[in-house]
Design a protein around this ligand. Structure first.
Ligand code: HSE
Length: 302
């Protein structure tokens, strides 16, 4: 019937805490076919099978959206492939939410607008930074005030990315527990100034300055650094190799460097030689976000 593809995402980008997000070139893919009853098949060994489809997260999201729209889902066989590691700070749950919303959108022919999809995604995820990037692609700045999320996608950022994925999981709630409850007004003013300058440097293509601001975050990086082995080494070694800036991806434990375009693979190879127990990979920003492809029906000749 159709294929849904959603990129992974990296939230915060240093000072854009709970606000900025970037879509990255790893994907969750659902191949959806009409069937008599619901079935989910996982082709990725790291994602355990779910025996009762009612318990499948993507089904639950799709059902929730169908209920909100007072529609009924028709049964399908969904084959799911994921390149996004779980609980590593690469937005696996945001990608699943966006995929589930699109599944309902397609099956119930809802014609949801981008705004409505984001509205539902934020309702389910609770914060907009990952879901907006996964939905829209590219570098997206968001803010949630009360129940309403607003967003703006930046023009394409011309950098490569290198991600450092450690071999352990870190739950967002644990990474939020280490953050302070309160922030002094003068520190908040400086911290938001750092974020503003990072965004304006990105908009004007001054990636050196953007990278410096990424590494000057005051909101969360210093508190979370202790949860990530090699945090300071990864930053300084990546900088020596030409990275503009290296930050925690979302709530961690993955870290991500913004590096000059065309240099991602070479920097990733050199960083890989320095780090044990990390998967180090060059990625690109994904500018497309959520994609749906209608599959051609199989004919007799095929
Ligand atoms: N902005 C969130 C955080 C992203 O840093 O806690 C993780 O969900």
């Amino acid at each position: 019937m159709f294929t849904i593809s959603v990129p992974a995402s990296s939230a915060n980008i240093g000072p854009g805490f709970d606000s900025a997000g970037v879509a990255v070139s790893r994907y969750l893919t659902l191949e959806v076919k009409e069937a008599d009853k619901w079935q989910f098949t996982h082709t990725t060994a790291t994602i355990p099978p779910v025996h009762d489809y009612h318990d499948h997260y993507i089904y639950k999201v799709a059902k929730q959206v169908a209920d909100w729209q007072e529609e009924t889902l028709t049964p399908c066989h969904v084959t799911m492939d994921s390149e996004i590691p779980l609980a590593r700070g690469l937005g696996s749950s945001a990608s699943a939410i966006v995929a589930g919303i699109e599944l309902a959108n397609q099956l119930c022919k809802l014609n949801l607008t981008e705004e409505k999809k984001l509205d539902y995604a934020v309702k389910i995820e609770g914060h907009p930074d990952n879901v907006a990037a996964a939905l829209l692609g590219g570098f997206v700045v968001t803010v949630k005030m009360g129940e309403e999320a607003s967003y703006k996608k930046l023009p394409a950022i011309q950098t490569d990315l290198v991600v450092y994925i450690p071999n352990f999981e870190l739950k967002t709630e644990d990474a939020r527990k280490v953050l302070p409850d309160k922030f002094l007004m003068k520190d908040a003013a400086t911290a938001s100034g750092v974020s503003n300058l990072m965004i304006s440097a990105l908009l004007t293509g001054d990636y050196e300055l953007a990278g410096k601001m990424m590494e000057s975050d005051l909101f969360h990086e210093s508190y979370r650094a202790k949860l990530i082995p090699n945090y300071f080494d990864i930053r300084s070694e990546a900088r020596k190799l030409g990275a503009y800036g290296t930050v925690i991806s979302g709530a961690g434990p993955t870290m991500i460097s913004f590096v000059p375009g065309g240099e991602g693979k070479s920097i990733a190879t050199q960083m890989n030689n320095l780090l044990d127990n990390y998967e180090v990979t060059a990625l690109k920003l994904d500018e497309n976000g959520l994609q749906v492809k209608n599959n051609a029906p199989i004919t007799e000749q095929d």
